[in-house]
Design a protein around this ligand. Structure first.
Ligand SMILES: C[S@@+](CC[C@H](N)C(=O)[O-])C[C@H]1O[C@@H](n2cnc3c(N)ncnc32)[C@H](O)[C@@H]1O
Length: 299
């Protein structure tokens, strides 16, 4: 099926969780992200959508929610998450494209998108999609990669980098990897009807030699303090925002959950296959994973 949609950065078959997080010397980044999430997450809620969940590195941090829906484009990432978290009514595993979410309007009262916006060639469209499945008042926590960080400013000043960290447009520094200007992201969030409640700057010391010579605990403690300066200036490579869905989107009716990601008709949850009564598309459920990826369909 030909779908008119931005390209997806495909993690199918990737050992990202192991190579990047577990064996990649990222204990500092993981610890400071955990602190930021603790600061921003509500105590609990009904249903949380984790967008770009990967192998579920962060999922245990959302335990206050009654149900957590892990969404990722890659089935192999979701399979790793499922091996880690198991099968229970608390978790649902969804293979889908963030640009074509398969949920009815107002289904979630919480959502996170961590280390995923940076793969979005059309971040504005992605944020609109996220907003469409949240009910008014829902909390959305967004992490994004900041192009106006101290390292890029210094590199630009000393002519070691051609692109301007102060210009508002995203910079694609590698194929389907984007850094964003903080003011641009804030403007997009406003247009998508999110009100920003809190800003934390995170990973200030993401520098190889510092991570080698400074004890991990000290580095994490210093970042924990500096995170709070995010309300005034943002010079770190990673930024966490706590936002609230505004506008007028009622909560989804009880019993409604999925919609067809192609035509938008409500879908009945009938594993091992969901069939759209309007356009006839079929969506398989295999190994505990719902597959709503339109590009996987035959033309
Ligand atoms: C860098 S990983 C982050 C995983 C996890 N959030 C974490 O912080 O450990 C980015 C994830 O986003 C997913 N992804 C990228 N583009 C996507 C899209 N258009 N729709 C759904 N998932 C996408 C990838 O498959 C990958 O698992």
């Amino acid at each position: 099926m030909n779908v008119d949609t931005p390209p997806v950065c495909n993690y199918e078959g990737s050992d990202y969780q192991q190579s990047f997080w577990e064996k990649g010397g990222r204990a500092y980044e993981d610890a400071v992200e955990a602190i930021a999430l603790r600061r921003l997450l509500p105590k609990g809620g009904a249903r949380m959508l984790e967008l770009g969940a990967g192998a579920g590195r962060n999922t245990h941090r959302y335990e206050g929610y009654e149900q957590i829906v892990l969404l990722d484009y890659s089935t192999t990432q979701l399979q790793q998450a499922r091996e880690r978290l198991g099968d229970s009514p608390k978790y649902k595993y969804i293979a889908a494209d963030i640009y074509h979410l398969p949920f009815v309007s107002g289904l979630f009262d919480g959502a996170t998108m961590i280390r995923t916006l940076h793969h979005m060639a059309d971040a504005r469209a992605a944020l609109d999609q996220v907003r469409s499945v949240l009910q008014t008042g829902a909390i959305f926590i967004l992490e994004y990669a900041n192009k106006r960080n101290l390292k890029s400013i210094l590199r630009y000043t000393f002519h070691r980098q051609a692109w301007n960290p102060f210009s508002p447009e995203p910079i694609e520094f590698a194929d389907l990897n984007f850094d964003f200007h903080p003011l641009t992201v804030r403007a997009w969030l406003g247009l998508s009807k999110f009100a920003i409640q809190r800003t934390l700057t995170v990973s200030h010391f993401r520098v190889g030699f510092l991570k080698k010579i400074v004890p991990l605990k000290l580095l994490v403690w210093m970042d924990q303090v500096l995170q709070l300066t995010g309300e005034w200036w943002q010079l770190s490579p990673s930024i966490f925002l706590r936002t609230k869905a505004i506008g007028d989107t009622p909560a989804a009716q009880a019993g409604q959950f999925f919609k067809c990601p192609s035509c938008g008709a409500p879908l009945e949850d009938t594993p091992p296959q969901l069939v759209c009564s309007q356009c006839g598309l079929r969506f398989p459920v295999a190994n505990g994973i719902y597959d709503f990826r339109l590009s996987e369909k035959q033309s």
